[in-house]
Each structure stands twice: as structure tokens, then as C-alpha cells.
Design a protein. Structure first.
Length: 222
């Protein structure tokens, strides 16, 4: 089944095309690695998928829904980890999640379980500003998981993390995909970083999709 379908997606600023035209279909339940150097258009594409930026041209279908109103509904099923941490530094991890629950009208009873999922249960009452970058990124992931999304879209979630933090984030994403059948789009400028997580790689260069590679292509399995 198709989770996301893009047709002729283009983004232009004034006369400069920074993305597309791009068409692709992503299957449910898989992990897609969005690969490309800085400026390739990864964030632009992700922001368009999330409805945070409007495409200049082209159509989006998410879980079979298209058109402004229906897409907005469908996006409620997509958790988003932005490219830089969106947590409130002066609030505790718990209160960060609570604030989002209030904002989005989501039940707060899932907060303890989510803190546990991302490995922050022991520091739930500590302020986010005391957290390491890796902990803050895991808090962002917990926020993205509020409301039990069917899809996760993560914009460079391991950027700036040390090897241990990178490994923790990778393992978490893999586990979420396996346990809950969540479709994942995860971007990185480093192909090796997504090795053994992504089922498929979408390679962006200068705003164009230049390759779709399976994990076996990338690993060199036979
Ligand atoms: P990536 O996420 O792969 O690093 P981006 O999507 O952030 O790439 O950027 C793609 C291109 O679009 C870059 O050349 C960037 O400078 C340009 N760009 C992004 N946002 C804007 C904007 N608001 N106005 C003009 N150019 C932009
Ligand atoms: P739009 O609403 O037109 O789709 P976006 O939401 O994609 O625009 O991006 C708007 C933001 O990007 C603005 O805050 C702008 O300051 C910033 N921006 C402007 N130029 C660039 C650039 N070259 N690269 C990245 N971001 C940019």
C-alpha cells in the first residue's frame, strides 16, 4: 500500500528552482533514507510534505488523501522531527510533552510511556536545557510520537550527535518501525549513517532525485 505519493512537486524561490519537478511513491511500513549534501533540497522537500512550506507546483497524496483540507487531516498522522530542536529549554521533558498535548488536544496519559520509549523516563522532571543534544533530539522524537503517528518524518535527527547518540537514535527509529509498523522518512547528508537502517535510499542532488537505491545496493550484498 502507498503511504505517500508526490507528483511533479516543484519549489521555486523567485526564479530559482530549488526542488523538482519530483515524483515518487513511498510504501507503507518501510524506512526511507533521504540522502543529499547540504543544499540538496532535503529540508525543502520535508517541509513541503509536512505542510510547513507550500510547493510552487505539484500534488501530494498522503494515506490516500489529497487536497488542502484532507491533507491537513492526514498530516495529523505524521510525526515530525525538525532539523533543529523544538523543545522548550525552560520546561522539563514531561512538561514539554504536556504543552504539546494541550496544544494539539492529545491525551496526556501516554507521556510516561513515551518518555520511557525514548529513554528519558529517569530525567522526565529535568529541564530540557540541562540535556545533551542527543537527549534533546530524543525529546523531539517523543513529541513527534504523540498521537501515535503512522508515519515519522525526521530532518537530520543525528546531525551533530556523537557516535553513541547517533547509535541510540538509529536503534530507536529501527525499533519504532519494527514494533509499530511506522513508515519512516529520515534525512541525512551522510549515506553511511543510514546504513543498516534504511530499506531504501532516495538520493537528492541540486533539487533532483538522482537515484533510488535498495539497502542491498548500498551494502553490496548479493
Ligand atoms: P538541505 O536540507 O538538503 O540542506 P534545503 O532544502 O535546506 O537543503 O535547501 C535547498 C536549497 O533551497 C538551498 O539552495 C537553499 O539555499 C534554498 N532555500 C531554502 N529555503 C529558501 C528560501 N526560503 N528562500 C530562498 N532559497 C531557499
Ligand atoms: P515559503 O513559505 O515561501 O515556502 P519557507 O517556509 O520554505 O518559505 O522558508 C521560509 C524561511 O526560510 C524564511 O524564514 C527565510 O528567512 C528562510 N530562508 C530564506 N532564504 C533562505 C536560504 N537561502 N536558505 C535557507 N533558508 C532561507
Amino acid at each position: 500500500a502507498v503511504a505517500l505519493s508526490l507528483t511533479g512537486i516543484t519549489k521555486r524561490y523567485r526564479n530559482t528552482t530549488v526542488l523538482g519537478p519530483l515524483s515518487l511513491e513511498l510504501e507503507k511500513g518501510r524506512i526511507y533514507g533521504l540522502i543529499g549534501e547540504n543544499g540538496a533540497g532535503k529540508s525543502t522537500l520535508i517541509r513541503i510534505i509536512m505542510g510547513l512550506s507550500k510547493q510552487t507546483d505539484g500534488d501530494i497524496e498522503l494515506f490516500g488523501r489529497s487536497g488542502e483540507g484532507d491533507l491537513t487531516l492526514a498530516r495529523a498522522n505524521v510525526g515530525y522531527v525538525p532539523d533543529s530542536s523544538a523543545s522548550y529549554p525552560l520546561l522539563s521533558a514531561y512538561d514539554n510533552l504536556k504543552a504539546r498535548c494541550l496544544e494539539w488536544g492529545i491525551d496526556q496519559n501516554q507521556i510516561p510511556r513515551l518518555l520511557d520509549t525514548v529513554g528519558l523516563a529517569q530525567v522526565g522532571t529535568k529541564k530540557a536545557r540541562s540535556f545533551s543534544l542527543g537527549m534533546r533530539r530524543r525529546l523531539d522524537l517523543a513529541v513527534a510520537l504523540l498521537g501515535e503517528p503512522r508515519m515519522l518524518v525526521l530532518d537530520e535527527p543525528t546531525n551533530g550527535l556523537d557516535p553513541l547518540g547517533t547509535m541510540e537514535m538509529r536503534n530507536l527509529i529501527k525499533r519504532l518501525n519494527a514494533d509499530r509498523d511506522i513508515t519512516v522518512i529520515i534525512s541525512s547528508h551522510n549515506l553511511a549513517e543510514l546504513n543498516r537502517i534504511a530499506d531504501e535510499y532516495l538520493v537528492l542532488s541540486a533539487g533532483s532525485l538522482i537515484a533510488r537505491l535498495s539497502s542491498s545496493d548500498v551494502r553490496g550484498d548479493s
